[in-house]
Structure formats: C-alpha cells, structure tokens
Design a protein around this ligand. Sequence first.
Ligand code: ATP
Ligand code: MG
Length: 354
Amino acid sequence: MPAHRIAVIGGDGIGPEVIDQAVRVVEKAAAKFDKAEFAWNKLPWSTSYYQQHGHMLPPDGWDTLAKHDAILFGAVGNPAVVSDKVTVHELLLPMRRKFDQYVNLRPAFLFAGVPCPLVGKAPGAIDMLVYRENTEGEYAPVGGNLYPGTENEIAVQTGVFTRRGCERILRAAFEAARKRPRKTLTSITKSNAQVYGMGLWDDAYLAVRKEYPDVRSSSLLVDAAAMDFVRKPETFDVVVASNLFGDILTDLSAAVTGSIGLASSANINPTKQFPSMFEPVHGSAPDIAGKGIANPMAAILSAALMLDHLGLAASAAGTRDAVAKVLAEGKVKTPDLGGTATTTQIGDAVLAAL
Ligand code: ATP
Ligand code: MG
C-alpha cells in the first residue's frame, strides 16, 4: 500500500505541541493494525509565518494542500500579534469552501475516568456523532449594514439554505447512522420560527429519510434538543444540524462529556475529491502555550477520525481504545483533567497502551 500523504499544519500555541503527539500515536497505530504508512509534510503556516510573509500561506498553498490525502491541523491564532479575523478568513474558512468540506463531524463520548457534570451517567452512556453543516446556513457571508453608526442603523444577516446543501449533509449523517448499532438519527431545526430556510431543511429531511428505511429518524426543535442534551443525552446517536445550531450544540455536547482537551473534530469532503481536515475543537490556548501541559488527546482523537476517513478503521479503533485505557486507568492526566502529567507523557502513555 502506498504511504498516505498527510499535510501537517501545527499552527500556533499548543497546536504544534499536541499535533506532535498525534503524529507519533497514529503512526504506530497504523503500522500495527493496518500495516499502513504515512508521508508527513510539515507546513509552517501560522501567525509567525504571517509576520514574516504577510500572509498565512504562500500563493501556491492551496495547490500544495490539494496534493495530500488529508490535512492534520493543530490550531492557529495569536490575537496578541495577528487579528483572529486574518487567521480565520485567510486559512480556516476558505479551506472549508475551497475543499468543499461540507461535513463538520464532532463526536461526543463519555470516557470512563472522566468526570461528567451530569449526575448518574455511566461511561459510554453518552455516545453521539454530531454532523454539522459546514458551508452555508446561518454562517453564509450574506448581508450588510445601512446607516452605520447612526441611531437608524440596520443590519441584515441572511441565512442561505440550498436543497443540495441540506440533502448532502443529511445524506452523510444517514450514512453514518446506518453503520452504527443504534441506527438512530435526529434532525435539528427551528422551522416553526425560521420557516423558509429551516422549512427547506425539513423538506430535504423528509425526502432523504425515505432512502434509509433501516434508520430510525426523527425531527426535533433546537430548543428542545438543547434541553435533552442535558436531561437525556444518552438518547442521541447521530445528530444532524445546521451550521449555527451544530456549532452551539457541540459546545454543549463537549461540556457534558468532560474536557475541551478531549473534543475532536473533522471537516470532511465525503466525495474525497479534495482533502479533508482533522483538528481538535480547542484553539491555540495562548495561556498554556509553551508550558508542555496541554492535553493532546483531542488532537489524537481527531487523528483517529482521519484514520477512519483513510479507510484504516482498525487503526482508528485501536487509537481510541488506547486513549480510553489511559483515561480509565487515570494514572497519567494533564492538569485540565486534574493531573500533573505533561503533553509528552500523555503521548508516551497512549503509545504504551497501544
Ligand atoms: P479559539 O478562538 O481558537 O477557539 P479560544 O481562545 O476560544 O480559542 P482555546 O484556545 O480553546 O479557546 O482555550 C480555551 C481554554 O481552554 C483555555 O483556558 C485553554 O488553556 C484551555 N484549553 C484549550 N485546549 C486545551 C488542551 N488541549 N488542554 C488543556 N487545556 C486546554
Ligand atoms: Mg475562541
């Protein structure tokens, strides 16, 4: 099997620290479980790169990235030197659109050994995959201001929902639900209030669900969903939601399953026409950068999602099991989980568990 070509953008702050550990772990997991190899291509794009060159990536940067099978990403951002607007608008948002990464996948899983803020939840009781629409909806850059700065100022922010956009994220979520033991899907909208865009989403949901008679699916309003994420998160399996609702609900699902240091995510182009990108949910965390105490598990679990995407399912499962084992044993923990271990020590422990 030829080596999988992976672009690695560590970025800023704790980004490179946690990504180094993710690279070590998945390299070993892939060799062990799937006899697979990687060709890593480390790219220095970050806010320091921006300070030297005046842009986040070189002019041929997108062509370079396009030649890879996947992108492993740490975090970019150092608001003290470069505005977040630059990092987000020059690198992160264009990547989603250029590479049509229309699925933002965010799993939420309650690991043994991680304290849950909800009482009486057994390990594994919370186990959901949230499919967030990543290219349109409420985050479409459509709108404007009239009479700015005056008492009469008017701002218009338009949500853009297309039938194609709704159907393809719903289909990706149904495909995932079909492969899971519970085969259950919940589609989230607020179509009683946002009648046009969310109405179209609901129409698309009713059409797409006909293709998946083996999946048990239902539609839920976002306010009810927010309550149920706290009251009975164990009832959710695959959840599919618009850009804004998915964003908010996944902060909630991350909060009920423990630490930001465990939350993983993927930005996927399911057609595989373009590379998909895998990144921890957390940012560059300037407050703890350089101290070597960031929890690399979110990055390691994001890299496991990359293994899944590359068809290395055994390696992905092996990686998750190794993380679960270290958490359950509870001997080696970073400060976010109440321990004193370093980033590298977590990498060592996960490697040993493999
Ligand atoms: P962004 O805007 O890029 O999302 P942010 O400033 O909103 O970034 P983070 O960088 O994610 O947020 O940091 C939020 C808090 O969580 C900080 O106190 C940070 O130290 C902590 N944190 C983030 N990631 C980790 C991690 N991997 N391990 C431990 N603590 C973390
Ligand atoms: Mg932030």
